[in-house]
Design a protein around this ligand. Structure first.
Ligand SMILES: Nc1nc2c(ncn2[C@@H]2O[C@H](COP(=O)(O)OP(=O)(O)OP(=O)(O)O)[C@@H](O)[C@H]2O)c(=O)[nH]1
Length: 826
């Protein structure tokens, strides 16, 4: 018995030891990987260092080469000068000698040019043959070919004229000499010259000049030789580098290249500094001002940011409205309150009782806001969704609000969300009217509610305070008129005015991507008049108002202050809460949008840098804290907000969930690149990645997760945070088909005539219908046919007819994605 016990103990000890051993192995691997990282960084720094040294070496070599060349040139120049001087001396000597034989003494040049000693010796040697007689002539002529004879023939008569009295014997001598001169630099200026000779002389002219300039080189500033020599000597002059002590940048961010130019430091140096700051950058990377000033500081350069007047500044620059331009405008009211206290019912009741009354037959439409009329006066209501997930939007809703209605159920009381609503209204400095709802209920207790209100600094008028409290019933309609009257009364006190005769400014209440109409946004005009054709900008979305629809579904051409309208014509989906501006010029709205996009990028960059630095710090300091970065894309703005809030709430002590980017529409390549840079995963809610994004995601190894239900996304992220995200099933897309034509068959529904673009469509597989990469339907195929026959599968390049189970809204251009679920081994 005891033996068994001992064995069991041994076994458990062995298991423990094994566990410890495994842990040590893990730690070893971890340490190895960290060591590898450090080595990689060291290697990179060494590489940069090597590159720098290599560059410096090359520069030095170049400088040496330039110096040597300059030296050689100087020597060459000296030799040329020397030769020229010798030549001149020789010429003078010869000239001096010629008159001895041919000219009378008085015709000799008066000026005596000093001749260097050694030249004289040479001169003597060269002059010696002159004493020889005519026997030498033929030889001389031979040497002067090809021009010798001609020159002699031409030169001789002149000589004859000049030296008429001289014996014939001597006449030939100068001719020989002159001919000789022609072959040598300097030339002879008298006498008729041949064309060739003249050309040669022209070629020699600079040398004559050289001689002249060489007399006093430094004192003679002009002359081609001097210019040339200056140019060649340039490498010798060492240019002192300009020391930059202060630089100014005029943008939010700057590229490494431009930054290097501004501070006068090599790009490699800057990249090295950035690497030491934990940033891997390239010459084209954008860095923000903070980072740039840090790097500049390292070089001892002070960096200043002077942002030039931006398009944004021009946009918000507006002349103040004059008192006489202002006109009364309807109050904008927001209804807030706790879940189920009756906000929607109250809004519906007000709308029913007032809208349909005035606009008989008008189709009411949900555009996020509507207007009602009482005694000829209008009131605008913002119809905000009441769910907790939309708190952020509701907070924004209070900002465009003139009056806040806080709904409190008479049979319940003040609840957490009621308090939140009161605080929003108070912080926005908006007057509050309390609507005590459900007074038709038997257990309704208005007095109790009033009592509770006092606890939140809202003393009812009845009790001598300033808070208007109106008991209402959204069910029976009791008190609704009183509530509206009170709203108008408060509005009267507020003296709400706006100038309708100016370009419109408003707020985006809701925005979404409409399948048929593109980006659609509900705008609440605050001031000015918005007209169709106006150029507009909201956030980074810009465009031109193509059409406007009011709250009762009518097309309108203008929207006045406090009027809500649905606007079509934006380039992209704006974000709820964005301010809309109508701009005087098309260009301005585009410029502002681009500026804002750049700013956003800079902010993301800033965030990302901080995250990586924080990570580094935290890992060193605490060991385990991590950020789980996510990029959220959804089909409508509301979903984006909901997903973001739900996921960020999952943050705990160990993992922080951060939505680094959110947006409406298909997942694009930019989203993938952003996710890749920030090490984030992409959550797609009712949207799909486009082709480019899909390829980029595969290349960058970015995880894209697509959902149709929020809680599924929450479940997955929770599992991922626990390190347990290993889906049991994996979706495998097997093919796509494009809908080319649709047919309505009464017994079957809509049949889609398709062309299989890739992979195959399988009858038993699952399918989803995509329209502009937005998932419209997900389910099963109810039929698949090739011509009239049922088909099991249809491969790429073939046409087929198919229908979807319980779904008929198939349109031309839609894409059918066929997929199967495969089990993954855990
Ligand atoms: N008897 C009675 N019931 C009401 C009244 N107002 C609302 N209700 C009911 O209360 C419930 C909740 O009303 P909603 O209007 O959906 O409340 P809500 O505040 O908009 O709720 P959330 O949108 O979930 O935040 C519904 O069942 C309504 O029928 C009222 O004046 N009298």
């Amino acid at each position: 018995m005891s033996k068994i016990k001992i064995l069991e103990t041994n076994k458990s000890l062995l298991t423990n030891a094994q566990g410890i051993f495994n842990r040590i192995l893990e730690m070893q691997t971890e340490a190895d990987s960290q060591l590898r990282d450090i080595k990689a960084i060291e290697a990179k720094i060494l590489d940069i260092e090597k590159l720098r040294n290599e560059k410096a070496r090359q520069e030095k070599e170049e400088q040496q080469r330039a110096e040597e060349e300059a030296k050689k040139l100087a020597q060459q120049k000296a030799a040329e000068e020397k030769a020229a001087a010798e030549e001149e001396a020789r010429k003078r000597q010869e000239e001096a000698k010629v008159p001895e034989n041919t000219q009378p003494k008085e015709e000799r040049p008066k000026e005596k040019v000093p001749v260097p000693k050694e030249t004289v010796i040479e001169e003597k040697v060269s002059v010696a043959p002159k004493t020889e007689t005519g026997s030498k002539r033929p030889k001389a002529e031979e040497t002067e070919k090809p021009m010798g004879k001609e020159v002699i023939a031409e030169a001789a008569p002149k000589q004859k004229r000049e030296t008429a009295k001289k014996p014939e014997k001597n006449e030939a001598k100068p001719a020989k000499k002159f001919a000789n001169q022609n072959a040598k630099p300097g030339g002879f200026e008298h006498g008729k010259k041949s064309k060739k000779q003249m050309e040669e002389d022209r070629g020699k002219r600079p040398k004559i000049k050289e001689r002249v300039f060489s007399i006093d080189d430094d004192d003679f500033p002009r002359g081609s030789r001097k210019r040339r020599s200056n140019k060649k000597q340039q490498p010798k002059t060492v240019i002192e580098p300009i020391k930059i002590e202060k630089a100014v940048i005029t943008e939010e961010t700057i590229s490494v290249k431009l930054f290097s130019e501004k501070i006068g430091k090599p790009v490699s140096e800057i990249l090295k500094k950035l690497l030491l700051l934990g940033m891997m950058s390239t010459i084209n990377s954008q860095i923000d001002f903070d980072t740039a000033s840090l790097v500049a500081g390292e070089f001892g350069i002070e960096l200043e940011q002077k942002i030039e007047k931006t398009a944004e500044d021009i946009l918000i620059e507006e002349a103040p409205d004059l008192e006489e331009q202002l006109q009364k405008r309807p109050p904008i009211v927001t209804i807030m309150g706790h879940v189920d206290h009756g906000k929607t019912s109250l809004l519906d009741k007000i709308r029913q009782s007032k809208v349909t009354e005035g606009e008989a037959g008008g189709i009411t439409q949900h555009i996020g806001a509507y207007q009602v009329e009482l005694n000829g006066e209008k009131i605008t209501f913002i119809d905000t969704p009441g769910h907790e997930a939309f708190t952020a939007m509701r907070a924004r809703g209070a900002q465009v609000t003139d009056i806040a209605i806080i709904v409190v159920a008479a049979d319940d009381g003040i609840m957490p969300q009621t308090v939140e609503a009161i605080n929003h209204a108070k912080s926005a400095d908006v007057p509050i009217i309390v609507a005590v709802n459900k007074i038709d209920r038997p257990n309704a207790n208005v007095q109790k509610i009033m009592q509770e209100l006092t606890e939140h600094d809202l003393l009812p008028e009845e009790w001598g305070g300033e808070t208007i409290v109106v008991p209402v019933s959204a069910k029976t309609g009791e008190g609704i008129d009183k509530l509206l009257e009170m709203i108008l009364l408060v509005a009267e006190v507020q003296e709400l005015k706006a100038n309708p005769d100016r370009l419109a400014k408003g707020t985006i209440i809701e925005a979404q991507l409409d399948k048929g109409r593109g980006p659609v946004a509900t705008v609440l005009v605050e001031t000015g008049t918005l007209r169709t054709g106006d150029t507009i900008i909201a956030g980074t979305a810009y465009g031109r108002v193509r059409a406007m629809v009011n709250d009762i579904g009518q097309n309108v051409s203008e929207a006045l202050p406090s009027q809500p309208v649905e606007v079509i014509g934006f380039s992209e989906v704006p974000v709820a809460g964005d301010i809309l501006h109508a701009t005087p010029a098309d260009k301005l709205s585009k410029q502002v949008a681009e500026e804002r996009k750049d700013k956003q990028k800079a902010e993301i960059l800033k965030k990302m840098t901080k995250v990586s630095l924080d990570d580094l710090f935290n890992q060193i300091a605490e060991g385990q804290i991590k950020d789980l970065n996510i990029v959220i894309k959804a089909d409508v703005q509301g979903s984006v907000e909901a997903v973001r809030q739900s996921l960020e709430k999952l943050s705990n002590d160990e993992v922080r969930v951060r939505a680094i980017h959110c947006g409406v529409g298909a997942i694009t390549e930019t989203d993938v690149m952003l996710a890749s840079a920030a090490n984030a995963i992409i959550i797609g809610f009712n949207v799909r990645p486009d082709n480019m994004a899909q390829t980029a995601a595969e290349r960058e190894k970015v995880d894209i997760r697509l959902y149709r239900i929020i809680y599924k996304a929450i479940e997955d992220i929770t599992a991922a945070m626990k390190g347990m995200l290993e889906p049991e099933f994996e979706e495998l897309v097997i093919g796509h088909a494009e809908v080319r034509q649709t047919f309505k068959v009464s017994s079957v529904g809509t049949i889609a005539g398709c062309y299989v673009t890739d992979g195959m469509i399988r009858r038993n597989a699952q399918a989803r219908l995509l329209r502009d990469n937005v998932v419209i339907y997900e389910g099963a195929l109810s039929s698949l046919k090739r011509f009239k026959d049922d088909a099991k599968e249809v491969a790429q390049g073939y046409e087929c007819g198919l229908s979807l189970e319980r779904f008929d809204d198939i349109k031309e251009g839609d894409v059918i994605e066929c997929f199967e679920m495969h089990e993954i081994a855990r």
